[in-house]
Design a protein around this ligand. Structure first.
Ligand code: ARG
Length: 480
């Protein structure tokens, strides 16, 4: 919660002319949003500067008034940043608080800025600016996690590991491939953020409460000044639309799901049973009672936070469902889930990145586990196929081999030439050539497969894309 200071004697209110009395305490307590929307202040101030210039362009502020207005806005921004100006409990929301700040600095002139503008178009503008700005912050943290994963992957381009389906050993893979399989969803998430950002780059300012303005405003100029691509084509939609919040929350929920899947794998990998990964002390936690414990709490929290990210999306979709046009106060409920999604990811992503980049991969354990569970059975079936055996029969023959091994509790390469021939005359001793993890991996040369060659290609391509994403993440959205 923003630091809210004590009550003032004569609260600033953006409405009240037609009201004989003050709002009831219970109403004021319910409707106040400044404790969470105060973080929109820098964006509200940026929008105010643009609006002031447009008012001047329309002849509604003279040059001197514009100069004083912009200076006061700058001063107020500095005061907000330093904390010398803070919202009070009587400021209903960020817009009210900042108007009070302006009135304190300019007297009556401060009251001119509200012309042609409503909190409805203001809040929609501010939230778009905030989310566009913070989407880049989240993208930067995503890139850091993807970097950590690709750096580990680079060390394990040819480290064999047991690839799994149904959490059962399936076929050997390279561990680098598996790590990169967690990078690909993050690259898609980055794509989704930028794609969302294009649709979000529409400015509601100028819509007023819902109908536009009778004053000669310039929504296109304001849009440009605030870094938007266009001005909203429909003033009612401009103040009613929260697609950009819902879509943003879908992207963050999906990121949460991706992190939870990575988290779950890290939890498994660090168990005694797997023992694939050893965590750095700085990124593991202990137990208050069991001195030997080293827990993967970061991975568990990453897994757990997915719930609140998904919850945020559901909150906003449910809030919007069935709302009549245009603005309804229900929409004030859009902000906390959006802010929480940003805060959550800004917490989780650096911790996960640190955990991944400092973990030690146990190559010996992975290599030993790779052939376990008859993961080379498919190699035999494919070898038979290359010799002209229909896959249906090859599958059957190999299945019988596996059954024999299970009965004898031995590995596939422990069967004798006689055992092989007894199952099928097609199983000549040359089949042994494919019964090694190395050869199984080396044979996988098609694009996107797990062989060291294609994994090296994948690594290079992911690295190139991450360089480009780092650039996007460092863009500034809101010009001064
Ligand atoms: N705090 C409000 C919100 O977040 C600002 C808009 C208020 N508009 C209104 N017509 N009461 O939605």
């Amino acid at each position: 919660m923003a630091a809210v200071t004590e009550q003032t004697d004569n609260p600033t209110r953006l409405w009240g002319g037609r009201f004989a009395g003050s709002p009831a305490e219970a109403l004021a307590r319910l409707s106040v949003s400044v404790q969470f929307d105060w973080r929109l202040a820098p964006y509200d101030l940026a929008a105010s500067r643009a609006h002031a210039r447009v008012l001047a362009g329309a002849g509604l502020l003279d040059a001197d008034e514009l100069g004083r207005m912009l200076a006061a806005l700058d001063d107020l921004e500095a005061a907000c940043a330093s904390g010398s100006f803070r919202p009070t409990v009587d400021d209903e929301d960020v817009h009210t608080a900042l108007e009070r700040g302006l009135l304190e600095r300019l007297g009556a002139l401060g009251g001119k800025l509200r012309a042609g503008r409503s909190r409805n178009d203001q809040v929609a503008t501010d939230l778009r600016l905030y989310l566009r700005d913070h989407a880049r912050g989240v993208a930067g943290r995503l890139v850091e996690l993807a970097d950590a994963l690709t750096e580990q992957a680079a060390r394990h381009v040819d480290t064999p590991a047991p690839g799994m389906t149904h959490l059962q050993h399936a076929q050997p893979v390279t561990f680098g491939h598996q790590l990169l399989a967690h990078v690909q969803p993050l690259l898609r998430d980055l794509d989704r953020l930028r794609d969302w950002d294009r649709r979000c780059a529409v400015s509601p300012l100028g819509a007023g409460a819902l109908a536009g303005s009778s004053l000669p405003l310039d929504p296109i100029r304001v849009a440009k000044e605030l870094g938007f691509e266009a001005a909203a084509p429909n003033s009612m939609d401009a103040v009613a639309d929260r697609d950009f919040v819902a879509e943003f929350l879908f992207v963050t929920a999906l990121i949460g799901v991706h992190l939870s899947r990575l988290g779950e794998e890290l939890v498994l990998w660090t168990t005694q049973e797997f023992g694939w990964v050893e965590l750095d002390d700085a990124f593991a936690t202990g137990s208050s009672i069991m001195p030997q414990k080293k827990n993967a709490d970061i991975a568990e929290l990453a897994r757990g936070k997915a719930g609140r990210l998904i919850g945020g999306l559901v909150t906003v979709l449910t809030m919007l469902k069935g709302l009549p046009l245009s603005y309804d106060r229900d929409m004030q409920e859009d902000k906390e889930p959006a802010f929480d999604a940003v805060d959550t990811l800004e917490l989780v992503l650096p911790a996960l990145a640190g955990m991944v980049s400092t973990m030690t991969v146990r190559v010996d354990r992975l290599a030993a586990a790779a052939p376990r569970g008859y993961t080379l059975a498919t190699e035999i079936a494919d070898w038979l196929v290359r010799r002209g055996v229909p896959f249906r029969d090859a599958h059957e023959i190999t299945g019988q081999l596996v059954a024999l091994c299970v009965a004898r509790d031995c590995a596939l390469d422990e069967l004798t030439d006689g055992d092989l021939l007894a199952v099928s005359p097609a199983l000549t001793p040359e089949v042994r050539d494919v019964l090694s993890v190395r050869s199984a991996l080396a044979a996988r040369t098609t694009p996107g497969s797990t062989g060291p060659g294609p994994v090296a290609d994948q690594l290079a391509a992911a690295g190139d894309r991450l360089v480009a994403w780092r650039e996007w993440a460092s863009e500034r959205v809101v010009p001064r």
